[in-house]
Structure formats: structure tokens, C-alpha cells
Write a new protein. Structure first.
Length: 619
């Protein structure tokens, strides 16, 4: 009896579903791709409970007759290709014929469809991939696919789904890719019965503003580069608009969203040293090339592709970005708050810069941005701290970069912490130790057994994290400072949803935020210690951090404290004076866990004298 057996269709489809459908966002992606391929001019996406209970995609495309509707749920049934050479000229989003049978195999699915030119359509009901009902109906042309109880028959996979907020963010991320690539299509998004987005047909520029906001659009520079039959066009952000994560990075190949680290790296390299490594440029790039120069049949999700000559395309991206950041578009404008005349002048300036760039007028690369102001105040060594946190440090001679950070000094009676009980080694006593700063990143001091090296950013992160937790654990709000000029900020939809989840904690850590209409909020107060002018950036970065770390096993208030500490701590690359370093180390060793930051990264590394001797061949 043979050991090898042909898998029955229901098992084969579930295996295929594991490749194509790993979460609700995958279902949304595949169904919207089908609607676009069906020439839909209007697409409505309806989701309930982050897609776990309901996903519905409604389109006004070409529709299907009854025979095609049934064939669409057979594996490898497709209208996109008929012969091998068709794989070399694929311009549709879908072509494998795997999506619908894979989705149907792990859900309860209904499809209503009617071809154009007909008034009678068909309703098919499928359960676990098998047709369980069929009915003819009077329908409008187009297709509606309703997916219920996703993964109901594969509970192990359903258990792997994350919290609703996380799954919803994945759905929005997929939808955003379509919103930007197809501005001519009218998209609507309804979540738990409420319409969250309604995007009528628009120009590319108008669609970017609707998906993000005017401020995001104003921070972009238009790029265009041509080489033979290849055209690259799109938008890259000004260096000062880079974010703390790569969420707003979009690369399209013939309007198909793709993920390609090499091309993303080319864009980053195009900025030279204008963006620090911990920041990510925002960009929307459209590459148009003949389909025979790329293989899209690499991965079931079709997000990865293989270029015939990726090196050439890499340099196409690199060249386009370099030209953009040398253009006048990239100069940040400014205006006085509330100055309407200044706003009009700024808008006129932006239009002029875009006009000049479209004519190919460029000028020399702008100077590198300087360090953030770093304001240090005089503080007597070893003076006991007042109750709560205080501003500290002193300027070192010749310092041009200054910074403000908060610390509590150790009382004189508290001895330095020891590494070992036998007194063989001690951490530096900050009142006696001499500190050096290496590359404005690490603090070095001598100990009895060698050297101690401290990462200044994660050290301050640990300090701020424990300080915030002390307030929250004692059910006290962190002190805040009122802004003389409140700042209005329009949040992207996915940012607003996270903000809604954490707004009470934001209030507790010192933010005063008023909700205006839609997704617009007004920041009226910020935690003491946050530099005025950085409040919007800090808020967005806290939201980003919270979203990215949602899966970590931390309580909500711990994640908020970690987010604030990470984004408000002194940065790697910021110059510190000797007294500032002393103060920072002093407060670090007053924390409960001085050796690791809230994310588990080491704060302190020791370099033993014995190791140095070994390196110099003394032993």
C-alpha cells in the first residue's frame, strides 16, 4: 500500500489558506484586490470586531454569472492567465486563483454577484469551502463577498490572532496601500457600524491629504526619474519629518504594493547623513516598468517580487531621492502661530518651490540640521534633591549643544552601589569619578577592575520609566505644564484609534488633550520636562511605540511609561558636560533596575582590566 496519498480538497485548501490568509487583514487585501481587478469604481469595506466576526467587500465591478461564481471557488481557477507566457506580462493584482478557495475553506462565506448588463444575479453560500446553498436574486451589477466567523474551523489559528486594536491596525495598513495607489476609486470603510472613512475619487495629491493630512503632504517633496522604459515617481519626506518607525513607507510596482528592503535602503541612503539611524523617512514611491522585467510569481501573498536587474532599480531610487533632497522643495517653511498672512505666504512659497522643481531648478544641498537645544542648569554636587524631579546639570566649556533632562540626585548618605560583596569592585562614585563621553553616545568611567561603559540614552530611559511608574503606582498624575500656544493635530485614523485606547493614561502622565471634531485633537499641556515644540512629535511617537509593543506582556500603564521614557530620553549623539554625566549616572544608580532599560537592552557594560591586558598581550 503506497505511503504517499493525494490530499483531499478540504485539507489542501486549509494548507493553502495558511500561506494566503494568516489574519483578517489578509482577507481584506485579497478581496479588495479582486474588486480592483474587476474594474470597480466604488469599493466599500465593512468590518466588525477587527474582522474576526465579519469582513464584507462590496464593489460595482464587472460581476460574475452563476457558472463563473462557482468556478471562482475552485483552486487555481483564474481569468487572469491562460498560458505560461502570460506570467511574463501580469498587470493584474491577482492571478493565482488561490485567494477565494483559501478564504472560503476557513470561514462561512456568502457571495452575491451580478454581471454588468444583467438584472439577475446569484447568491452562493459556502461553509468550510463547500457550497451549502444557491439562490438567484435581483441584484445590481457588481459583487459582494461576506466572510463570517473567520477561522471558525481552525481554532488554533484563531487563537493566534491579536487584540482587536492590533488586527484593526493591520487592516487599515492594507487598506491605506490601496487608497494611495488608486485615488480614482471611491473607497469607504465602515467599522462596527460606523463609517470611519469616505474617500471620493481625487487626484493623487488630494488623496494623500485625505489619507494623512495637510501637514504630512506639506512635508513631502515630489520625485521623478526616468531610465529607458522605467519611470519612478512619488514623494519623499523632508529630513525633519522622519518618524520613529517605518509605518509610512510605501513602494508600488505597477500599482502593486510590494515590500523590498533593498529599495527602502536605497531611499534611506539617498538622504546621506541628514537622517539619523533611529529615524525612518516617510515615502510613497511608484515604479512603472515593463512586466517582463519583473517576476511577481515569487510568494503567495504577491508582496515580494524579483527584478531582472535590481541593481539598476536600486540606483534609480537612490538618484531620485538625492535630487529631491537637493531641491528647494525640501526647505522647511515657518510662520508665526495665528498669523494668517504668514500662512498665505508659506503656501505661496510651497507652490513656487514645487513649480521650480517641476522645471528642474535645483540648488546646493542644504546644511545639516543641528542638535536639539540642550539646556543645562547649575546644580551643586551632592546636594539632596527636593521632593520630586528637578532640572539638572551644568554646561561644559565650549559646549554648543544643550539639553534639558530631569533627575533626582542621591542623598550624600547613600553609599555607591557595589558589584560584589567582598569589596573587590565598585561602581564609580559620581562625586569623585571622572567621566568621558565617547561619540556623544556612551559615558565611560574607571572602576577598580577596569572600565564601566554606560549608554546615555537607555540610562535616561530607565530613569524616566521608573519616575513615571512611581507617579502612576501611587495614583498621582505626573506634573504638567500648560502651553502658551496650544497645538492642533489631526491624527491618522490608525493613530486616532490607538489614542482613544490610551488617552486616560496620556492624561495621567501629564498630557492635557482636548478632542475637537473628527480626528483632530488639541494639545494644551505637556509633561514637565518635554521640550515645548516637540509635543506633537512626542505624542505621535508614544502612539507608535504603544502600537508596536501591543503584543508585549506589559500592563497598559507600563507600556505608556516605557513609551514616554523612550521618546523623551536624551538621544544618542547629544553632547553632555561632565556635571550632566555625573548627574545622569547618579540618578541611574538610584533606580531599582539600573542595568537594563524597560525593553531589556543593557544600560551598563563593564570592560575588565584583565581583558584589556589580554588585548595588549600582557597576559
Amino acid at each position: 500500500m503506497p505511503k504517499i496519498k493525494v490530499l483531499p480538497p478540504n485539507i489542501a485548501n486549509k494548507i493553502a489558506a495558511g500561506e494566503v490568509v494568516d489574519r483578517p487583514a489578509s482577507v481584506v487585501k485579497e478581496l479588495v484586490e479582486n474588486a480592483i481587478d474587476a474594474e470597480a469604481g466604488q469599493i466599500t469595506v465593512v468590518v466588525a470586531q477587527a474582522g474576526k466576526e465579519l469582513i464584507q467587500v462590496i464593489d460595482n465591478g464587472v460581476g460574475m454569472d452563476e457558472e463563473d461564481a462557482e468556478l471562482a471557488f475552485e483552486r487555481h481557477a483564474t481569468s487572469k492567465i491562460a498560458e505560461t507566457r502570460d506570467l511574463d506580462r501580469i498587470l493584474t493584482l491577482g492571478f493565482r486563483g488561490e485567494a477565494l478557495p483559501s478564504i472560503a475553506s476557513v470561514s462561512r462565506l456568502e457571495v452575491k454577484t451580478c454581471p454588468r448588463g444583467s438584472e439577475v444575479g446569484v447568491l452562493l453560500k459556502l461553509e468550510g469551502g463547500t457550497i451549502a446553498g444557491r439562490e438567484k436574486l435581483a441584484l445590481k451589477p457588481g459583487t459582494t463577498i461576506t466572510v463570517k466567523n473567520l477561522f471558525y474551523n481552525t481554532p488554533a489559528r484563531r487563537n493566534f490572532l491579536r487584540a482587536d486594536t492590533t488586527e484593526l491596525n493591520h487592516i487599515l495598513k492594507e487598506l491605506k496601500r490601496f487608497f494611495l495607489a488608486y485615488p480614482e476609486i471611491h473607497f469607504s470603510f465602515i467599522y462596527n457600524g460606523e463609517e470611519l472613512l469616505n474617500l471620493p475619487p481625487a487626484s493623487q495629491d488630494e488623496r494623500i491629504i485625505r489619507v494623512f493630512d495637510q501637514k504630512f503632504y506639506d512635508g513631502l517633496a515630489y520625485v521623478r526619474e526616468e531610465l529607458n522604459e522605467m519611470v519612478l515617481e512619488g514623494y519623499v519626506c523632508r529630513p525633519d519629518q522622519a518618524r520613529g518607525n517605518s509605518a509610512n513607507q510605501f513602494i508600488y510596482l505597477n500599482r502593486r504594493a510590494i515590500i523590498n528592503r533593498n529599495l527602502a535602503h536605497a531611499i534611506f541612503q539617498g538622504y546621506g547623513n541628514l537622517i539619523e539611524r533611529s529615524r525612518y523617512p516617510q515615502f510613497i514611491m511608484f515604479l512603472h516598468i515593463p512586466p517582463q522585467l519583473v517576476d511577481v510569481n515569487v510568494h503567495p501573498t504577491k508582496m515580494e517580487v524579483r527584478f531582472a536587474n535590481e541593481r539598476v532599480i536600486y540606483h534609480l531610487f537612490l538618484s531620485a531621492v538625492r535630487k529631491a533632497i537637493q531641491s528647494k522643495q525640501i526647505i522647511p517653511g515657518f510662520t508665526l502661530r495665528g498669523d494668517a498672512e504668514g500662512e498665505h505666504a508659506l503656501e505661496a512659497q510651497r507652490k513656487e518651490l514645487r513649480r521650480q522643481f517641476s522645471r528642474g531648478e535645483t540648488f546646493a544641498r542644504p546644511p545639516l540640521p543641528g542638535s536639539e537645544p540642550f539646556e543645562l542648569q547649575e546644580h551643586a554636587p551632592n546636594r539632596p534633591a527636593q521632593a520630586g524631579a528637578v532640572e539638572s546639570a551644568a554646561k561644559s566649556p565650549g559646549d554648543t549643544a544643550q539639553m534639558a533632562f530631569r533627575y533626582e540626585s542621591l542623598p550624600p548618605s547613600v553609599p555607591p552601589q557595589e558589584k560584589s560583596r567582598d569589596g573587590a569592585d565598585h561602581l564609580p562614585q559620581t562625586s569623585q569619578a571622572i567621566f568621558w563621553q565617547v561619540h556623544n553616545r556612551y559615558i565611560i568611567s574607571q572602576i577598580k577592575s577596569g572600565l564601566v561603559i554606560i549608554d546615555q540614552h537607555v540610562a535616561h530611559e530607565r530613569i524616566l520609566y521608573e519616575e513615571i511608574l512611581r507617579y502612576l503606582n501611587n495614583e498621582r498624575n505626573v506634573p504638567s505644564q500648560q502651553l502658551l500656544f496650544p497645538q492642533t493635530l489631526e491624527l491618522a485614523l490608525e493613530d486616532y484609534l490607538v489614542y482613544s485606547d490610551i488617552k486616560e493614561w496620556l492624561h495621567k502622565i501629564g498630557f492635557g488633550i482636548t478632542e475637537l471634531s473628527g480626528r483632530t485633537v488639541m494639545i494644551e499641556a505637556i509633561p514637565v520636562g518635554v521640550k515645548v515644540g516637540k509635543e506633537a512629535r512626542i505624542l505621535i511617537e508614544i502612539i507608535d511605540f504603544y502600537r508596536e509593543n501591543e503584543g508585549r506582556k506589559m500592563a497598559a500603564h507600563e507600556k505608556i511609561a516605557a513609551a514616554f521614557a523612550c521618546k523623551n530620553a536624551i538621544k544618542s549623539g547629544e553632547k553632555l558636560g561632565v556635571e550632566a554625566m555625573s548627574s545622569l549616572v547618579n540618578q541611574l544608580f538610584a533606580t531599582k533596575e539600573p542595568y537594563f532599560c524597560p525593553h531589556g537592552r543593557p544600560v551598563i557594560v563593564t570592560l575588565e582590566l584583565e581583558e584589556l591586558d589580554r588585548k595588549f598581550k600582557r597576559i
